[in-house]
Structures are given as structure tokens and as C-alpha cells.
Design a protein around this ligand. Structure first.
Ligand code: GAR
Length: 187
């Protein structure tokens, strides 16, 4: 590999996973842009304050095709080679996924293939599961369906609700994502 891989990170909100990826950047990868579909996302402000290039555009009013074309252009202009989704809550189109085939990873707050989609923690508690966790996976056209690259597990404790479980999982997310991203980029 010639120099660090150039990563774009996509966020829709708080961006705590994005922050853990930025903090772990170095010889293996560098973060060249943080982009969001939500111009008001807290994660964008955090990145901007640290001098990381940002791109913000809402699809509202312009439509998905124009939105994704602009996003794609911004990521390529920033020199991105890979995309890490970090709490990006919008489904990417089949075209976008195909254009970046094999170069998009996502973090999902469940032990995939269990609980694809939303409300993962409530569903795990409701099902009476003994443990929950998070997964890093390749993004394909199938929602949360690509190859799993790494997982971390936590116990579900008596008295847990979706919020307490989410916090326990999130702490693991912050450790897992930088490690698995770096392993994947160097495998
Ligand atoms: C994280 O828990 C992430 O796993 C989840 O959203 C949260 C974002 O938090 N992602 C998904 O649910 C994707 N479908 P963050 O903005 O603080 O990283």
C-alpha cells in the first residue's frame, strides 16, 4: 500500500463512531472528508472544528439522484478511496453501491445477521436474547446484508432497556470500528 488509505466518513447525527475513527487515523488510513445528509448534524460541526473537510447536503427538494450525484462528486473531489458509514441513516441507491463496489463499510448495532434495520436493541431485548452487540460489514445492495468483517458482543443484563443496552454496545462500537477498518484495509 502506498501511504494511508483515503477514507470518507458519512454521518447523519452525533458522529461518535466517526470521532473514534478520526482519533485512530494514522499510517493505515486518513480521513479526507466527513459528509452528511443532515447539514445540522453534530458530527459535522465536530469535524469542522478539527479542520477536517466536510460536505453537507440534504436530499430534500433535490431528490435522491441529484443528491447522490453531488455526494459522489464531493467524495471523489476529496480523494476518497473508501467510504465508512458511521450512523448514516439513509439507504444508498443500488447505483451508488455499484459505483463504490467493495469499498463501502458500515457499522450496525446488532449481531448480524440478526436484527437488520432499525430498533435493534429493543428487538434483542424483546426476543429475550442473552447478548447483543455490533457488526462491521461490507455494504451491498441488500440492507445490512454484506459480508461481516468483525463483531463485538455484550451481555444483555436484567433491567436493560433499549437505552442502557445501546450505551453498552456503543462503547464496543468505538473500539471495534477502527480496529476492523484497519484490518480490512490491510488484509
Ligand atoms: C450507532 O450506534 C450505529 O451503530 C448506528 O447508529 C448509531 C450512530 O451513533 N447505526 C445504525 O443504526 C445504522 N443503521 P453515532 O452517530 O454516535 O456514531
Amino acid at each position: 500500500m502506498s501511504g494511508p488509505a483515503k477514507i470518507a466518513i458519512l454521518v447523519s447525527g452525533r458522529g461518535s463512531n466517526m470521532q473514534s475513527l478520526v482519533k485512530a487515523a494514522g499510517d493505515v488510513y486518513q480521513v479526507v472528508v466527513v459528509a452528511s445528509d443532515k447539514p445540522e448534524a453534530a458530527g459535522l460541526a465536530w469535524a469542522r472544528e478539527r479542520g477536517i473537510p466536510t460536505f453537507a447536503l440534504s436530499p430534500k427538494g433535490i431528490g435522491k439522484i441529484a443528491y447522490e450525484a453531488a455526494l459522489d462528486g464531493a467524495l471523489r473531489a476529496a480523494g476518497a478511496e473508501y467510504i465508512a458509514l458511521a450512523g448514516y441513516m439513509r439507504l444508498l441507491s443500488d447505483k451508488f453501491v455499484a459505483d463504490w463496489r467493495g469499498r463501502i463499510v458500515n457499522i450496525h448495532p446488532s449481531l448480524l445477521p440478526k436484527y437488520k434495520g432499525l430498533d435493534t436493541h429493543a428487538r434483542a431485548i424483546e426476543a429475550g436474547d442473552a447478548e447483543a452487540g455490533c457488526s462491521i460489514h461490507l455494504v451491498t445492495e441488500e440492507l445490512d446484508g454484506g459480508e461481516v468483517l468483525g463483531q463485538a458482543r455484550v451481555p444483555i443484563l436484567p433491567g436493560d432497556d433499549a437505552e442502557t443496552l445501546a450505551a453498552r454496545v456503543l462503547a464496543e462500537e468505538h473500539r471495534l470500528y477502527p480496529r476492523v477498518l484497519a484490518e480490512w484495509l490491510t488484509r
